[in-house]
Write a protein that binds this ligand. Structure first.
Ligand code: ADP
Ligand code: GLC
Length: 485
């Protein structure tokens, strides 16, 4: 098989800049694809953290005016990744979150900051850079959606394009009068172009104009073709069903490896699940929960948003406590949820604990120390925390939606008989069903031999990128062959 070159275009990448699972995927997939004979270079904005991490940067292109100021494209390595970085101070030289200021207000020039990312991606796609000539340009989410449009309207021979949806809830819509300022031609304004409900739709453009569309689980690929799940794009996605597919995310099993993880209190693996125990004590201590090896610890590591369904946890908290359980929550996000969990922690000291914020090391300890990891999402394109939970033997308690449905096998009686259950799955996402799921988990936990079996099943699940990387590689090769090599 000949080597294939792919340019991945993305607005965040682990471990340099991360706000969610998108960064994890962008950081881990290139390494997994290398095993498949695919060479990936990743194009990212030059946020301060990215520029600081870049080893031996070389200037490969200079751009006189990139949406209001000069820019350079740098090439170099960082965190084991081959990167192209857009060095454009007027767009990216800002501290903190890549999308908004310290008060959570989106940067007003976001359409230009991410159009610039797409524009440079298209330029590298057509002209190459530093001897790298991608046969495929793979974009992720709305921030990179205009790439396919710039490639198409350029008119020159272009590489194949793949757009991956990580979350349809974020679509990047901007006023139509920005069309000329975004260097889009007049004829881009139309249903086959960037027009979307009378705005410029960045994600819509990517989904309409890319050769292939993927999303991060097969079930989500089906859900987004229905009215509600499609969030305004179901018509477009149904119309393009022939080129839409779902490829499950994996996790980086070197970053998430309980046998060597430096961020946890005691190492363990599927052959020695009982060595896991000191992590529970360490978690209880670190979070201020009562030290009690018998109490079932229900963990959460999540953005606190409507998507994640954590209002159900807040409302159903008494059921967790009634079964003798404890809640250990790590998260950040919506004000009302933050306030709610803080109040619950104050009302139940030693039994409910929350850490509000982003804490990579505590995330690992929750996975290693909790008995159950809850992801009761209303929708979930894939979800990564339930995959980490499988690997760390925290039994996932999840809703049957999107990637949760595709990755967790409900431990019902038949599944237990067949020796296949890995978690507790419930539907629909309603607090009554959540309460019943908590009770079911507690009942399973009472029989320690069943629980041990569940943990073993969970920990033996292959959550690596191997299978899915070969699916992406096959998709790229198929696309390249279709476009004439
Ligand atoms: P999403 O991208 O929708 O937020 P995912 O489950 O795909 O959900 O990915 C979330 C990623 O962010 C995981 O790697 C998870 O461990 C991490 N994460 C989420 N919240 C926190 C937090 N408060 N502290 C540390 N890591 C977090
Ligand atoms: C999004 C989704 C999440 C998915 C992640 C990575 O943030 O909400 O389900 O796992 O992207 O694909």
């Amino acid at each position: 098989m000949s080597a294939l070159e792919v340019l991945s275009v993305v607005s965040e990448v682990y471990p340099l800049v991360k706000t969610g699972g998108l960064a994890d995927v962008a950081g881990a997939l290139p390494g997994a694809l290398a095993q498949e004979g695919v060479t990936v270079r990743t194009l990212v904005p030059g946020y301060p953290a990215v520029k600081a991490a870049l080893e031996k940067p070389k200037v490969v292109t200079k751009i006189g005016d990139l949406f209001g100021g000069p820019a350079k494209v740098l090439a170099g390595r960082a965190a084991g990744l081959d990167l192209f970085v857009i060095d454009a101070a007027h767009l990216y030289d800002r501290p903190g979150n890549p999308y908004h200021d310290g008060d959570g207000v989106d940067w007003p020039d976001n359409p230009f900051r991410f159009a610039a990312l797409a524009k440079v991606a298209a330029q590298i796609g057509i002209e190459g850079a530093a001897g790298f000539r991608p046969q495929v340009v793979h974009t992720h989410d709305w921030q990179t959606g205009l790439t396919a449009a710039y490639l198409e309207y350029d008119g020159r021979k272009r590489p194949g394009t793949v757009a991956t949806i990580h979350n349809l809830a974020f679509q990047g819509q901007y006023p139509k009068d920005l069309l000329p300022a975004l260097h889009l031609p007049d004829h881009a304004w139309g249903v086959d172009g960037v027009e979307y409900y009378d705005t410029i739709g960045f994600l819509k453009a990517g989904l309409r104009m890319s050769d292939r569309v993927t999303t991060v689980s097969p079930t989500y690929a089906a859900e987004i073709r229905s009215g509600e799940g499609g969030m305004g794009l179901s018509g477009l996605l149904s119309g393009r069903a022939g080129v839409v597919s779902g490829i499950l995310n994996g996790i980086d099993i070197d970053v998430w490896n309980p046998a060597i993880d430096p961020l946890i209190a005691a190492h363990f693996d599927a052959a020695s699940p009982s060595s896991r125990r000191p992590n529970k004590t360490a978690l209880q201590r670190r979070m201020g929960l009562r030290i009690d090896s018998k109490a079932m610890v229900f963990g959460v590591v999540s953005r606190l948003s409507w998507q994640k369904g954590l209002d159900m946890v807040l409302e159903g908290i008494e059921t967790i406590l009634a079964s003798g359980g404890q809640l250990a929550l790590l998260g950040s996000g919506d004000r009302d949820l933050v306030d709610g969990f803080r109040r619950a922690a104050a009302a139940h000291p030693g039994r409910v604990a929350c850490v509000i914020g982003y804490d990579e090391s505590l995330a690992h300890l929750v996975q290693a120390g909790a008995d159950v990891l809850m992801v009761p999402s209303r929708f979930e394109p894939c979800g990564l925390t339930q995959l980490c939970a499988l690997r760390y033997g925290a039994i996932p308690l999840v809703t049957r939606v999107g990637g949760l449905a595709d990755t967790i096998i409900d431990a019902n009686e038949m599944a237990l008989d067949a020796g296949t259950g890995t978690g507790v799955v419930f539907t629909p996402p309603h607090v009554d069903m959540f309460r019943a799921a908590v009770q079911r988990a507690a009942a399973l936990h009472e029989d320690q031999s069943i629980w041990r079996r569940l943990m073993k099943n969970a920990m033996r699940t292959d959550v690596s990128w191997a299978r899915s990387a070969s699916r992406y590689a096959a998709l790229y090769r198929d696309l390249v062959a279709e476009r004439g090599g």
